[in-house]
Design a protein around this ligand. Structure first.
Ligand code: CO8
Length: 258
């Protein structure tokens, strides 16, 4: 249990939960222990009503995550590799379906499983030094944690295929242009910029935030008609909240005072 605590750190600062991959000696490579610990930390953030936004980052300044742990995967049988990827899917599901938005703050290498986890977050900010890629093909394997799916859905088939089939890396500027990133900033500003974004979101209605995330993530997986109806249900639900009453009351009463 002590081990689990060390490979993924959890710190709460006001409304922000900072979750940190903590294997800098292995460029924060994802092994089974990290995957289990990460789900544990995400569950903890979900259960804490004070936490409104999560920021995911890597320790050290060389990597967010340089991929799944190749040393652990090297001797896996086919069935073990499948099991490993199923455990990783629990992480991407936990990020994607989390009630609270998750921001990936990325410095250095963001490769393979690291990029796949970042793609399962809601927003991504990177330092100018960040490097992105899906190098699995150079190891004789392929992305197994949503890389061929989430990346293609996010940036389109053409560039997603290029990245998956060449295994090449792109820099932060290219990732921004492709729509993988929300913003790029100098390394020293990365955590402050991520925290500022988190605070901006944390100042908004938590129910609206959850419903918007859910409407976008679930709706974009449906046909347009079903998605529009799902959005309508989410919209209606907003009217059951205190924030709707307060928000509209503040607007109307302010207008009356003018
Ligand atoms: N796995 C295990 N160890 C790693 C990994 C990794 N992915 N990446 C780096 N390390 C270790 C190195 O072995 C080294 O350790 P040691 O000092 O004990 O030899 C240490 O980190 C530092 O790395 P380097 O010495 O290699 O540093 P360099 O600056 O020379 O190179 C690179 C940096 C280019 C990032 C290089 O380390 C590299 O190419 N790493 C591998 C990148 C890669 O191929 N990633 C994809 C892995 S496969 C994958 O992610 C599949 C996901 C499938 C779904 C499952 C998700 C959990």
């Amino acid at each position: 249990m002590t081990e689990l605590k060390e490979t993924v750190l959890y710190e709460k600062e006001g409304s922000i939960a900072w979750i940190t991959f903590n294997r800098p000696e292995a460029l924060n490579a994802l092994n089974t222990e990290v995957n289990l610990a990460l789900v544990d930390r995400l569950n903890r953030a979900e259960a804490d009503p004070e936490v409104r936004v999560i920021i995911l980052k890597g320790s050290g300044d060389r990597a967010f995550v340089a991929g799944a742990d190749i040393k652990e995967m090297m001797t896996m049988s086919s069935m073990e590799a499948r099991e490993f990827a199923i455990k990783a899917k629990r992480v991407t599901d936990a990020l994607w379906n989390h009630k609270k938005p998750v921001i990936a703050a990325i410095q250095g290498f963001c490769l393979g499983g690291g990029l796949e986890y970042a793609l399962s977050c809601d927003l991504r900010i990177a330092s100018e030094s960040a490097k992105f890629g899906l190098p699995e093909i150079t190891l004789g394997i392929m992305p197994g944690s949503g890389g061929t799916q989430r990346l293609a859905r996010l940036i389109g088939l053409t560039k997603a295929k290029e990245l998956c089939l060449t295994g090449g890396m792109i820099d932060a500027g290219q990732a921004l242009t492709l729509g993988i990133l929300n913003a790029v900033c100098p390394q020293e500003a990365l955590l402050t910029q991520a925290a500022d974004l988190a605070k901006k979101i944390a100042s908004k209605s938590p129910h609206s935030v959850t419903l918007i995330k859910s409407s976008i993530n679930k709706g974009t997986e449906m046909d347009l008609e079903s998605a529009a109806l799902f959005e309508i249900d989410c919209f209606g639900l907003c009217f059951s909240t205190e924030e709707q009453k307060k928000g509209m009351d503040a607007f109307v009463n302010k207008s009356k005072k003018k």
